[in-house]
Design a protein around this ligand. Sequence first.
Ligand SMILES: Nc1ncnc2c1ncn2[C@@H]1O[C@H](COP(=O)(O)OP(=O)(O)OP(=O)(O)O)[C@@H](O)[C@H]1O
Length: 403
Amino acid sequence: MEKIVIENLYKVFGSPAQKAMTLLEQGMEKDAIFEKTGLTVGVNNASFSVNAGEIFVVMGLSGSGKSTLVRMLNRLIEPTAGNVLVDGENVSKMSQDELVNFRLHNMSMVFQSFALMPHLTVLQNAAFGLQLAKVEKKKREERAAEALAQVGLAGWEDSYPKQLSGGMQQRVGLARGLAVDPDILLMDEAFSALDPLIRTEMQDELLKLQEDDQRTIVFISHDLDEALRIGDRIAIMEGGRVVQVGSPEEILQNPADDYVRAFFRGVDPTNVISAGDIVRDTQPTVIKMKAGSLRAAHELLSGSERDYLYVLGPKKQFLGLVSTDSLKEAMDKKTGDSPIDQAFIQDAEPVKMDDSMQDILPLVASHTWPVPVVDENNKYKGVVSKNRFLGALHRAENAIEAE
Ligand SMILES: Nc1ncnc2c1ncn2[C@@H]1O[C@H](COP(=O)(O)OP(=O)(O)OP(=O)(O)O)[C@@H](O)[C@H]1O
């Protein structure tokens, strides 16, 4: 479901902005416009949408327009033209009062600089957004304490920011954003000032919070590793333009141009592409435990080149496998047909949808059969075959290498 829709959004810094708009219409580029008029095109005709519950990363080099784009979502920067719709409501048309309310309740922002107030305690800092929203003291302190606990800072409520490490201060910044319980969280290079280890820790924290809360998060980053790690989808910006939007795998396998390709050079595709991206649900390799009998399974196998079947429960949960040999043996023992029951099923280790190609490589390499893939509830999603694995790898490598 689309949460934020951005339509033909522009920002020109300087005036008269319209002059730059006319030149853009005539096809002139950002640099030429600046030279001719002194006006800076911050964002140039951005259109895309952000889905509810996803972490959407906006990535690009310094000056490409990331901050300007994201600040137009809550109108910290006024767009020169275009629309931003949140849940169908046009942010560009909100009155100042509506806008203040909207920022306080629906869309909070976490900054790189933490922006904590030194004379306020950790709890007061975390409660600050709620105070602005005029939530009464007891309630806001309760909610702030909850948010601090969520980010692992229970017990630090009465400390002052300067007593905290950089990582902890950033957690307070995050707690302040979370305390108002917004649907949408805008995060501007929120983890960039942290050292690498703590940064990874905060990324994990965010992913963990996201498992419970499913907020819509728009996250600015100039760091590809970060984008790949946390982004469900990524928008890549260059010179004010959004040049590509897609999942990390989509962009990796099919970069829109050399600029995008350059970003991804050096990235190991086996870290980015997951089992879920290359899984294929091939029915002939499975049999339902209830419906299938030993003989039915045996017949299925004798009609195929395979000598095993994956066995699924009534809700498609993955149970293991039966092979031609084990079926024959069982049928001999049972002298005839009988349902497949647990005793005949051998263990087979499935991989998870999120597992990267790197994770599953050893299994794919050592199996003679396609590797089964399950979701987080152990539900069968299909298989990854060796051919499919190698195909995906070659496509990704070619896409990055192509000049
Ligand atoms: N207030 C402003 N006045 C004039 N030009 C501005 C202003 N803010 C940004 N710009 C210009 O707009 C363009 C986009 O800047 P923006 O800060 O959005 O880029 P960014 O990708 O966020 O960069 P960074 O990663 O360095 O923060 C740049 O050319 C910048 O110089």
